[in-house]
Design a protein around this ligand. Structure first.
Ligand SMILES: [Zn+2]
Length: 246
């Protein structure tokens, strides 16, 4: 035999409470996972930056090596020019070699400047890499802690959720199949499947019900839906369900 309208309303009232508990547990779970995801993303961003800076460091260091080699060659060239200067036989030759020496010196200065600049860039980059590594270590630590906390919380929530789901199944069994289906359908769309009728209003959407409809619901004559939000309406015996009589 189907339960009476009044009994179904009592079940709906309990169902709304337990479904809200389950919804909050799911929400909390989602938040925990999201927070973990955020830290993980931060970590991979830092790692990518460090990786990029290391590649850049290598490139700069190779360039510096090449410049040092270049400076060595220019130095040898300078030595040779100086020898040539000693062997110069006339003023014309001396002038030519001196010009050569000047040019080589200028090239050498440029190369030495470049080496110095690379040194500064390398130092700077090194500092950034070290900073990044420090940040990386911090993130790794936080992820470890976070993962521990999240998995503990996850277990806790899942236990609670399992327990609540059991309670829900027991409550739901007391409803006729078509009422439960309707309730779940509305809940899927609107987060809650039923609402309290209080002082002639649907407590979920605040809509004033036509007085006749409200009265029939309050009397337990019919189980009906809010004309505005479609939620199933129940009355709570501890709160007034129709507007006070004036
Ligand atoms: Zn409503």
């Amino acid at each position: 035999m189907n339960p009476s309208v009044r009994e179904q309303m009592d079940v709906l009232r309990e169902l709304v409470v337990v479904d809200e508990e389950i919804r909050k547990l799911d929400q909390e779970l989602g938040k925990e996972r999201e927070a973990l995801e955020t830290v993980k993303n931060d970590l991979s961003r830092v790692r990518a930056t460090i990786e990029r800076q290391r590649t850049q460091f290598e490139t700069l260091e190779n360039d510096r090596g090449a410049r040092i080699q270049e400076a060595r060659v220019l130095g040898q060239q300078l030595e040779r020019s100086r020898d040539k200067l000693n062997r110069a036989r006339n003023e014309k030759e001396t002038n030519a070699v001196q010009r050569e020496i000047e040019e080589t010196r200028k090239l050498l200065r440029d190369v030495e400047d470049a080496v110095g600049k690379r040194m500064i860039e390398l130092d700077d980059l090194k500092k950034h890499i070290l900073e990044g590594e420090e940040q990386e270590a911090g993130f790794s630590l936080r992820i470890g802690e976070r993962e521990g906390a999240v998995s503990a919380r996850l277990q806790e929530i899942e236990t609670q959720r399992g327990e609540r789901a059991g309670v829900r199944a027991t409550i739901a069994k007391r409803l006729p199949g078509n009422t439960l289906r309707k309730y779940d359908q509305i809940r899927g769309k609107r987060q809650t499947g039923a609402a309290r009728l209080e002082a002639g209003r649907c407590k979920a959407c605040n809509m004033h019900l036509p007085p006749q409809l409200a009265t029939r619901i309050v009397r337990g004559e019919i189980l009906d839906q809010c004309p505005s939000c479609n939620r199933l309406l129940y009355v709570d015996p501890t709160t007034p369900s129709v507007p006070p009589q004036v």
